[in-house]
Design a protein around this ligand. Structure first.
Ligand SMILES: *Cc1c(COP(=O)(O)O)cnc(C)c1O
Length: 383
């Protein structure tokens, strides 16, 4: 029997989160756009060199804001990877857009830029690259297709905060980018997100959309003497209680990333020989990508091998989990005619991918237990 159980993820305090929350309450500032929200935004703007950052209630909501900012209309098309979280597509579908699913590359599991050109039509309004596991998509190739056609690029950077592509920060390479601070992400406040605005044309309208379609942000800055309803919008403002928690983590981001780098590299060093001998693949990180250390996954040789490994780990008190199901084959997306064979790489890897326990407070001892359990595992040879 296992001596202890090791979760897939467990959130933890990084530093002064509780002290900062107490401060917001003591100051009587717990709604949105107060001191800690502004600190989070200033930190993101400075660290990344992004024109404007707005903290939001979630990454999903930041993507919804992007869809509103781009004025998506029924019938417009948005290209999203078939291997991603539902929000990468749903945020645009809410505006009536049609998601067009693009397969992913077999190496990085990112949107396959080589398959993009064939999916472009005169109705394509946006492309949504997802930097899977915090490893960059081929942004130069994606932007080279999008820019001359006036197509917006919205980075779903939920995994990629503080990762880089060709020396440039992820989240600064598209027209807009969405961040997540959900508890499963490197830096968290439980539920939260941010919209990064790289094209300054969108900055003022983004504030309005985030504030229920009103110009309240300008009113708070004293630029107008009353605020009113001026555009579409919703309630996408993060509470300052959560922003206080978030700032407690964000201000320590280099240390958090360093911890995660150590965990990731320990997995890689301990498992590479074992994996190679068993037709198990570890993550591919191209030399021009500095990853964000979000995830360590294994690609097993088959679904049967993955099922066996999950059971093997579970018997030892270790929780490892699979990831996205092919989005084009989901019950909801079938209405757009998705069928088996449309995105063969996604369909293949989705059955074989397994994510290992990985969280900021993971101890060396916990990781040693996971590694020891893996090294004991031999998938039965494929027939
Ligand atoms: C986590 C995640 C989201 C959604 O984030 P929320 O903050 O929970 O809305 C979107 N896209 C990807 C790729 C994610 O991993």
């Amino acid at each position: 029997m296992p001596t202890s159980s090791i979760p897939f993820n467990r959130s933890s305090l990084a530093g002064r989160e509780l002290e900062y929350i107490t401060q917001t309450i003591a100051n009587g500032q717990i709604a949105g756009d107060q001191a800690f929200s502004r600190k989070c935004q200033a930190l993101l703007e400075q660290a990344l060199g992004v024109k404007r950052a707005l903290v939001t209630t979630s990454c999903t909501h930041a993507l919804e804001m992007a869809a509103l900012l781009l004025d998506l209309q029924p019938g417009d098309e948005v290209i999203v990877p078939a291997f991603t979280f539902v929000s990468s597509a749903n945020a645009f579908v809410l505006r009536g857009a049609r998601p067009v699913f693009c397969d992913v590359r077999a190496d990085t599991l990112n949107l396959d830029e080589a398959k993009l050109a064939a999916l472009l039509t005169p109705r394509t309004k946006a492309i949504v690259p997802v930097h899977y596991a915090g490893v960059a998509c081929e942004m130069d190739a994606i932007n080279a297709l999008a820019a001359p056609r006036g197509i917006a690029v919205v980075e779903d950077n939920a995994h990629g905060l503080f990762g880089k592509y060709q020396g440039r920060w992820l989240g600064t390479l598209g027209t807009l980018a969405a961040q997540s601070f959900h508890e499963t992400k490197n830096i968290t406040c439980g539920e939260g997100g941010a919209l990064l605005i790289n094209d300054p044309r969108f900055a003022e309208r983004a504030e309005i959309i985030r504030e229920k379609g009103t110009d309240r942000a300008r009113f708070f800055r004293g630029q107008i003497d009353k605020y009113s309803w001026v555009d579409l919008g919703s309630s996408y403002v993060m509470s300052d209680v959560l922003a206080a928690f978030l700032y407690g983590q964000l201000e320590l981001w280099p240390g958090i990333q360093e911890k995660r780098r150590t965990i990731w590299q320990r997995y890689q060093q301990a498992l590479s020989v074992w994996a190679a001998a068993r037709q198990i693949r570890t993550p591919v990180v191209p030399a021009h990508c500095e990853q964000a250390w979000h995830m360590f996954y294994l690609l097993l040789p088959s679904l049967a091998a993955r099922t066996a490994l999950v059971a093997h780990l579970k018997a030892r008190g270790i929780l490892a989990v699979f990831h996205y199901l092919p989005l084009h084959l989901s019950a909801y997306a079938r209405r757009w005619g998705g069928k088996i064979g449309d995105c063969p790489v996604t369909e293949d890897i989705s059955d074989r991918l397994l994510r290992l326990p990985f969280f900021n407070a993971m101890t060396e001892d916990q990781q040693a237990q996971v590694i020891a359990a893996l090294l004991e595992f031999n998938p039965s040879p494929s027939p």
